[in-house]
Design a protein around this ligand. Structure first.
Ligand code: EPZ
Length: 422
């Protein structure tokens, strides 16, 4: 099992190219199922979740080729012949985003058999809204032997569906299904994350008729079929926010190529309140740490444009060093504080009360052996290790490889004393 070793103390200085967004690439890959023409995706990140989605789509009969250029990966997906409509438990349990094949399969071939995803470390993660939405579009849904069986032999019919809770992949599943439904679909209280706009733009390039992109009401006029296209995946805003916090914590300055303030508006505003300077240029975001200590600032996670839950653990690491205190409230996931005990082992002063954690800033953190538990918790431990005195060793780093492309290389190139040991 790989480990990452970090000897903290070096300010990060330099330039990092932000990779393509994992949470945009995954639904974009699933969208290939909607058409019998090839879909070409550029700026695909090199992540284990992308490999998992590639395995699943290949099992469904999609022909996938991946070209690795010097500066990006280009993936070509050909779903002309769908030979299976089953997403098996062995794959779905590894990656919950597998549920994104459900909507496109039902819309394209009239049926899908997708394993229920099972639990996940950050929460129960139900998919009831995905299913209720597909039923609203006319699909017949049954649950048997741990699988969702969805059927629409005569195609889907446009309808209005209002999400009682904002759901990112729920919105993506229904958006994709609605592109081939007969008539108009209205998705109300839809998620507004930039990854959804990226998917909608790609679907429109494929011939879909989607309006309201970027708002909480998406209107889709169904079409008979979709063509292929070539689409460039947007940069990963969670990676960008993570490295911005790394610069802030280490007292450094980073230029993040591809990062866009508009993709993390609330995180950016809180970073500035904490004393961090952010400058958006045409193609980059320049992040400069404050001269003095960071200031404690409260944060509450919310759907976009609110504070991204996928940056909560990283924010907690940042606030562990701030002057004063920060109350951090997690409103999206019921169990997303697994990083707290690990940060406390490094000397952080954090008290959890239900969905809130009170962080009292310390002047320093101390290196220690710690364990990654989920994707974003593991990167918060890297951030803490970058500033801690002494050595931090992080085990179970396979969690990291799901969402961060070559993170130790990117950080080492900016002065971090970090290495991966087999
Ligand atoms: C997406 O997960 C992201 N994953 C998550 O990122 C992210 O944390 C989450 O959105 C919130 O922003 C991908 O995009 C692949 P939700 P998703 O449906 O779609 C409840 C990462 O680190 N809900 O928006 O699964 C749910 O319990 C991952 O990259 C239902 O009740 O999240 C949660 O409380 C982790 N019923 C809330 O909605 C449903 O049918 C938001 O979940 C669906 C969701």
């Amino acid at each position: 099992m790989d480990k990452i070793l970090i000897r903290g103390g070096a300010p990060l200085e330099g330039t990092i190219k932000i990779s393509g967004a994992k949470n945009a690439a995954l639904p974009l890959m699933a969208a290939c199922l909607l058409s019998d023409k090839p879909l070409i995706l550029k700026n695909i990140p090199d992540l284990s979740d992308i490999t998992s989605m590639t395995e699943l789509l290949t099992q469904l009969g999609v022909g996938i080729t991946l070209e690795r250029n010097t500066d990006q990966q280009i993936m070509s997906l050909d779903a002309q012949n769908i030979s299976s409509t089953t997403a098996p438990y062995e794959v779905v349990r590894k990656m919950r985003a597998s549920v994104l094949v459900l909507g496109p399969l039902v819309a394209r071939v009239g049926e899908a058999h997708v394993s229920l995803p099972g639990g996940c470390t950050i929460g129960v993660r139900p998919i009831d809204l995905h299913l209720k939405g597909l039923e609203a579009l006319g699909a017949v849904i049954t649950l048997a032997d741990g699988y969702v069986h969805a059927s629409a032999p005569h195609g889907l019919t446009g309808a209005s569906f209002s999400f009682p809770v904002v759901s990112v992949t729920g919105t993506e599943n229904l958006l994709m299904a609605a592109t081939l439904a007969q008539g108009q679909t209205r998705l109300i209280n839809a998620a507004r994350e930039p990854e959804i706009a990226d998917l909608a733009n790609c679907l429109n390039e494929m011939g879909a008729k989607i309006s309201g992109i970027g708002t909480d009401t998406l209107i889709i006029e169904g079409v008979k079929s979709l063509r292929g296209t070539t689409h460039h995946v947007i940069p990963d805003r969670i990676e960008a926010g993570t490295f911005a916090m790394a610069a802030a914590m280490t007292g450094g300055k980073l230029r993040l190529i591809g990062a866009e303030l508009g993709h993390i508006p609330t995180v950016a505003s809180l970073l500035e309140q904490a004393g961090v300077s952010l400058e958006q240029t045409k193609d980059s975001l320049i992040v400069t740490a404050p001269l003095g200590r960071l200031q404690g600032v409260d944060a509450m996670t919310e759907p976009f444009p609110g504070f991204a839950t996928d940056l909560q653990a990283q924010w907690m690491a940042l606030m562990s060093l701030a002057e004063g205190a920060s109350m951090i409230t997690e409103t999206i996931w019921e169990n997303r504080f697994m990083h707290v005990p690990e940060l406390c082992r490094m000397g952080a002063n954090i008290t959890v009360h239900g969905a809130s954690a009170l962080v009292r800033g310390m002047k320093t953190l101390k290196g220690a052996p710690v364990m990654a538990t989920d994707l974003r918790a593991s990167v918060s431990l890297i951030l803490a290790g970058l500033v801690a005195t002494g050595e931090t060793s992080i085990s179970r780093v396979y969690h990291l490889d799901r969402g961060y492309e070559r993170i130790e290389e990117k950080l080492r190139a900016c002065g971090a004393d970090i290495e991966r040991v087999r």
